[in-house]
Design a protein around this ligand. Structure first.
Ligand code: GMT
Length: 362
């Protein structure tokens, strides 16, 4: 099949999902083109996916303002060039509207990822235009919780197609732990784009509690984003800065995540939590907020532990309990990996997308 994908590039989860999907589809012999504003971090060099950058003409007064229109133009040109049989957009704002504007006579599939519904999608301006763009097309959402929010925001019935993980790549790597922490220390990892929604200051507060409980541990932050300096400042204020490591984004996150004892998230919104899934596949239990799709990804008490938003004491206490009980932790590690492999297997989930592509073509 000739498939066009439109997504945001860079480090974001929606771009990661689109890039991984594109590569699996191409490896199965489909002709795939991926359009995005920046090359997705996870699109491997030399992959057989046709990468098409969306070029946004520079405007001295309105930098970046023309992206939605540029995406429509790039999609229209690519559809003619590659003769797409289906176009699949990721992250509805503005991609669903861009695809509608491109006036393609090709079936459209739109995947909702999170803040396109529950943050930007709540703004009446975006909500109205996005609802119009989604009307009459096939829509998917990455979790049941996001599908429910999309029904309210846009009045659409989205099919749930969850994200997936490559468990060969995201696997336990305990032998790498000494790269990041001293012998005898527990290693806690958080991977993030450091937006306010991720509540990284709460993670530092939880970590300070954990240390006060007498746990020998180090918190490893992987990634970059607007609140990274704030996180470092709070760590200094709370006197734990020397126990927090900041690692820049890497093309091999599996080498950090797979070495951890626990993975932490304290997000206030998380439609799915791809980083949590990658940790689970790596055999690393997740301690996170009981928010959105996280409670669909993490099985409370079996593959991790869920706490209420803002309850940094509970985040610390649950982690201290697990770290102090090697038997339970080992069982949770095994369950985390097994559950991630069985429920979020790439081949099965890519099949779900292919079935939807087939359905919209008839
Ligand atoms: O919606 C966003 O905030 C951006 C988006 C992204 O591109 O990083 O993240 C969302 O999509 C990911 C992939 O489906 C999910 O794993 C994230 O949970 C989701 N983020 C939020 O809901 C905050």
């Amino acid at each position: 099949m000739r498939i066009g994908l439109l997504a945001y590039g860079g480090l974001g989860g929606s771009g990661t999902v689109a890039a991984e999907l594109a590569q699996i589809l191409a490896s199965r012999g489909h002709d795939v083109a991926l359009l995005s504003n920046r090359r997705p971090f996870r699109l491997r060099p030399g992959s057989s996916v046709n990468y098409v950058p969306v070029r946004v003409p520079e405007h001295p007064v309105l930098p970046g303002a023309l992206y939605g229109l540029a995406a429509a133009g790039a999609l229209r040109a690519a559809a003619l060039r590659f003769e797409f049989e289906v176009v699949h957009t990721h992250y509805a704002i503005p991609h669903a509207a861009s695809a509608r504007l491109a006036e393609l006579t090709i079936p459209l599939v739109h995947t909702l990822h999170g803040t396109d519904v529950n943050l930007l999608g709540l703004d009446p301006v975006f909500r109205e235009v996005t609802a119009l763009a989604l009307a009459g097309t096939r829509v998917t959402a990455v979790s049941r919780s996001l599908a429910a929010q999309a029904r309210v925001a846009f009045g659409v019935d989205a099919a749930v197609v969850p994200n997936f993980v490559d468990a060969e790549r995201f696997a336990p790597r305990p032998e790498l732990k000494t790269r990041y922490v001293e012998t005898g220390e527990a290693m806690i990892v958080h991977a993030s784009n450091f937006r306010a929604i991720k509540r990284t200051p709460d993670l530092i507060r939880a970590f300070a509690h954990l240390l006060r409980m007498g746990v020998r541990a180090r918190l490893v932050f992987l990634g970059d984003g607007p609140e990274r300096p704030l996180a470092a400042r709070i760590a200094r204020i709370l006197g734990v800065r020397e126990r927090v490591r900041f690692l820049p984004p890497t093309t091999r996150p599996e080498e950090v995540v797979g070495a951890a004892d626990l993975f932490w998230l304290h997000s206030q919104e998380e439609s799915f939590g791809l980083a949590a899934l990658e940790a689970l596949a790596s055999g690393v239990p997740v301690v996170a907020t009981r928010i959105g799709g996280l409670s669909e990804v993490v099985r409370h008490g079996e593959t991790g532990w869920l706490v209420e938003l803002g309850d940094v004491h509970a985040q610390a206490a649950a982690s201290a309990r697990l770290l102090a009980d090697p038997g339970t932790l080992a069982e949770m590690r095994r369950a985390a990996r097994a559950d991630a492999r069985s429920r979020f297997h790439p081949e099965r989930i890519v099949d779900s997308y292919l079935n939807i592509y087939q359905e919209v073509r008839v």
